[in-house]
Every structure is written in C-alpha cells, then in structure tokens.
Design a protein around this ligand. Structure first.
Ligand code: AMP
Length: 405
C-alpha cells in the first residue's frame, strides 16, 4: 500500500479541489523561460478535469513581502493555459470574497488560478487562520508541488491538516522515483556529486555515504577532497578550511563500505574564460597557477567503468564549470554515458537539484534519464535524508483518512 493517498483515491466529481502547484517558473520580459514545471502539471489537470473536479490552483511566485504587482501569477496562468490547451480563469486574490465568488461560479471540469499565495505573509508562517480561509474554498486538497515540500507553509502543509489530502501525479512520480533510487534501490548504487562547494552539501554527502556503494565526486568540490589528501590544487576553486569535514566524510564512507571515487586527471587553465589555452594533467601534476575546471578524459573513462557496474545512479551537480566551454566536456561525457546505460536498461538514473538539470539539458540527455526531478531545494533536502514536511503530512493524513474510512 502507498504511504500517501493519490488521485486514484479521490472521488473528485463535482468537488472543488484545491491543487497546490509550483508555478514559480523562471521568467524574462514577461515570458516563461523554462516551462518544465508547467508541462509536468498538465497530467494532473487533465485527470482531475476529466473526473469532473472544479480545480482551484494555488501557488507562490517569487519572494514578495506583501502584495507586489510585479510578482502576480497572471502571466504564468496564461502560459499554463497554453500548455493545458484550455482556458483558465485568473482570480486576483487567493482568499476572501473575490476568491469565493469565482469558485461559486465554476462548473465541473473548470480550472481557475488564484493569485500568488505569498502576497499574504501568513502563507510562509503556516498561519492556521490563513489556511482555514483557503480551505473553506474547497472540499479536497491535492499537493502536486514536490519542489515546495521542504517548506511547512500554509498551502504546502497547513491545508493538508484541514482537508482530505492527496498527492497529485507529479508529486507521486517524484516520490516513486526518489524512493526507487535511495529507499529500496537496486544495488550497486553510484551517486555522482559535483558542483562548486562541499560546504553547501555536507549533510548530503554525510547521508549519502551511509546509503550508497560508490560516491563519485567531481567539480569544484572534488578539489576540496583532493586538497584534503594533500594533492596540489593550484588556484582551483577549493575550500581548504573544509579539510577536516572532507576527511570525516571519507572516514564515514570507509566505515559504511562506500567507495569514494575522485578525479585522477583534470582539464586545467591559468585563466577562467571561454576557450583559453588548456592542458590535461594528472591530479598530482597541477601547478601553482593552474585551475582545475573540469574532470579529465582518464577520469571520464574510469567513471564510465564504475557506471557500467551500477544498477542505480543518482546525480547532483556538474563535473566542471560547464557553463564555460570547453569545461563542459566532462559533464557532457558523463551525462551521455549515464543516458546510454539508462536507455540500454542497465540502470535506473535519477538526477536533480540546482544546476544539474541545466547541465543535463546542455548535454542533451535530460530526456534520456529515468527521472529528472523538477525540485531544487526539496531534492537536496531529500538527499540529505531530512523529512519533508509537505510529504510527511500527506503520509500522516493518509493513515488518518484510511482509519476513518
Ligand atoms: P552547485 O550549485 O553547488 O551544484 O554548483 C554548480 C556550479 O559549480 C556551476 O556553476 C559550475 O560552473 C561550478 N563548478 C563546477 N565545477 C567547477 C570547477 N572545477 N571550478 C569552478 N566552478 C565549478
């Protein structure tokens, strides 16, 4: 039995369903620049609408202190309506008379989008009265915003305590993918962790090494580990002050029988810009003026061998400064290898968090992973092993609702 209720459990016909989505999409000049979150919401909309629900979408957008016209959800609603292929009414408030009137005029199958819930500071305070003012609009709550599940806010947590609560299809897909990668994975599990710094990923690394078989490090954070092992790192991005933490992570890994894979060579340059003169060096041979900006070809080949033995691959963070050519080559090569093994059904691959998705898009392999999470912070907190309040409450409510029925 699933730990949470899903749309399969919801008798939606004629009900007003409050759907928490994450419409906090990147915008430039009034246009959505990455519509992944919108397109991934569409299956839940289609299904609820076909079941005859009256769908009321709730979301935050940006970080307004109070009402802030520049952070209205109106243009996002327009973009969502285009992806959904049907009209969607935008309503200028998320509580009170304006919202109540709009909901009372809905027909079965209709979709409306309420204004940015963060126009009320009560949202982020998980204020009970605010949650109640929203809850009175509907009869059921569906959370499809896994990417907001690490926050206990009124619309990600409080609402679930007040109404029967269900996971939407996107939330369900995220939770299924994540649990198949870390809770009950097929082994060996290899985690590829790259990115800039270990200071932002200490909890994540400490948690992962107790659960997986190989931790493959790349990017700037690998430099910190190499320096901790007294390798020369020149002028590379490196947190020397994190030496003790890096050594401790390696000790925990050893005790948990998790192998740590570190780069054996690097692509170095003496200046950080696009297409400077570069050299491939063994990590022992890095000179004082060198910056290690990408993993080298020998590291890619060694990592490919490790990946060939894996049944599950988790990926967070690029292998180098991938935004600046040619330091994208390592990330692209590793991305292609993981994609190839995924497509050949040799392993399950789950990627997500921060820059990882753009790195995979850049490598042209985002569609070839088993699952790419739309969540940034929530994905990282999940990798850290922290309970996500928005998920926990769905599980608690499922227990209560099953008991009651
Ligand atoms: P993070 O948000 O921690 O995943 O870090 C991603 C950032 O790390 C990207 O902007 C990369 O350009 C950067 N990065 C990765 N490897 C390196 C490196 N070797 N040197 C400098 N920056 C790097």
């Amino acid at each position: 039995m699933k730990k949470f209720l899903t749309l399969d459990d919801l008798q939606a016909q004629g009900k007003v369903v409050l759907l928490r989505a994450d419409l906090n999409v990147p915008m430039q000049d009034g246009k959505v620049t990455d519509d992944t979150r919108l397109t991934r919401l569409v299956p839940t909309l289609v299904e609820l609408s076909a079941k005859g629900a009256k769908i009321v979408i709730l979301s935050h957008f940006g970080r307004p202190k109070n009402k802030d016209a520049s952070l209205t959800l109106r243009p996002v609603g327009k973009a969502l309506s285009e992806r959904y292929g049907k009209p969607l009414l935008f309503v200028e408030d998320c509580i009170g008379e304006v919202a109540q009137k709009a909901v009372s005029e809905m027909n079965n199958g209709d979709v409306i989008l309420l204004e940015n819930v963060r126009f009320y500071p009560e949202e982020e305070k998980n204020d009970k009265n605010f949650a109640q003012a929203i809850a009175m609009l509907g009869q059921a709550y569906v959370n499809d915003a896994f990417s907001c599940a690490h926050r206990a806010h009124a619309t990600t947590h409080g609402l679930a305590t007040l109404l029967p609560a269900y996971a939407g299809r996107l939330m369900e897909a995220e939770l299924n993918a994540l649990s198949s990668a870390l809770e009950k994975p097929e082994r060996p599990v290899v985690a590829i962790v790259g990115g800039a710094k270990i200071s932002t990923k200490i909890d994540l690394l400490n948690n992962l090494v107790t659960k997986i078989d190989v931790l493959a490090l790349g990017g700037g954070m690998a430099n910190t580990f190499l320096a901790a092992l007294d390798n020369p790192v020149g002028k590379s991005l490196c947190e020397r002050e994190m030496k003790d933490q890096a050594l401790r992570i390696m000790e925990t890994a050893k005790n948990s029988k998790c192998q740590i894979f570190l780069p054996v060579d690097a692509v170095v340059a003496t200046e950080f810009r696009a297409n400077p003169p570069t050299r491939n060096l063994h990590v022992d041979n890095v000179k004082d003026n060198d910056m290690m900006l990408d993993i080298g070809p020998d590291t890619v080949a060694e990592l490919a061998k490790v990946l060939a033995t894996a049944k599950t691959v988790l990926w967070n963070g690029p292998m180098g400064a991938f935004e600046t050519p040619p330091f994208d080559a390592g990330t692209v090569a590793v991305g292609k290898k993981v994609a190839e093994l995924t497509q050949a059904k040799k392993l399950v691959s789950v990627a997500g968090g921060g820059d990882t998705v753009s790195a995979l898009v850049h490598a042209g392999v985002d569609e070839q992973m088993t699952y790419v999470s739309t969540a940034g912070g929530a994905f990282l907190e999940w990798l850290e092993g922290k309970p996500l309040p928005g998920v926990q409450i769905l599980e608690e409510r499922a227990v209560a609702l099953r008991k009651a029925s």
